[in-house]
Design a protein around this ligand. Structure first.
Ligand SMILES: [Zn+2]
Length: 139
């Protein structure tokens, strides 16, 4: 994503994610300064995102040929399964009402998937591109 095309607050968020990416890439070694920045930007959603990560509820599906990625985030109830493109979209209600309808930058699932991707702490499954397409159609 080209940061210069984003709204100012989203540019700040991208800058913080880039700072985290430049670090040691370990969930326990994210500097307190960066956690403080994330906490300022996401408030309660940050702790919810880390709970999602800690509970192992994120799976990243990568298409073998195209290397496209999509994340599946398991909600608190078994029936709640969300398809997430961390920078753009989530199938949850909060995304629709708070991100699209209000001024939130990301929902907690997007934040969790983005952090899990950066910090390499999610389940990863490589699938043929045809299977990847079926995952998207099923959404
Ligand atoms: Zn969501």
């Amino acid at each position: 994503m080209q940061a210069e095309h984003l709204p100012p607050l989203a540019q700040i968020v991208e800058a913080v994610f880039k700072e985290i990416e430049a670090g040691p890439l370990n969930v326990s070694s994210v500097p307190l300064e960066l956690l403080s920045k994330l906490n300022f930007l996401f408030d309660k959603d940050l702790s919810k995102a880390f709970q999602i990560i800690e509970r192992g509820r994120i799976t990243c599906y990568t298409a073998e040929r195209s290397q496209r990625k999509v994340f599946q985030v398991q909600g608190s109830r078994p029936a709640d399964q969300y398809t997430v493109f961390p920078a753009h979209f989530c199938t949850c209600h909060a995304f629709l009402y708070q991100v699209v309808g209000q001024d939130h930058i990301l929902c907690k699932h997007q934040l969790a998937a983005r952090l899990a991707d950066i910090l390499h702490c999610c389940n990863t499954v490589c699938v043929p591109d045809e299977v990847f397409a079926q995952l998207l159609i099923a959404t």
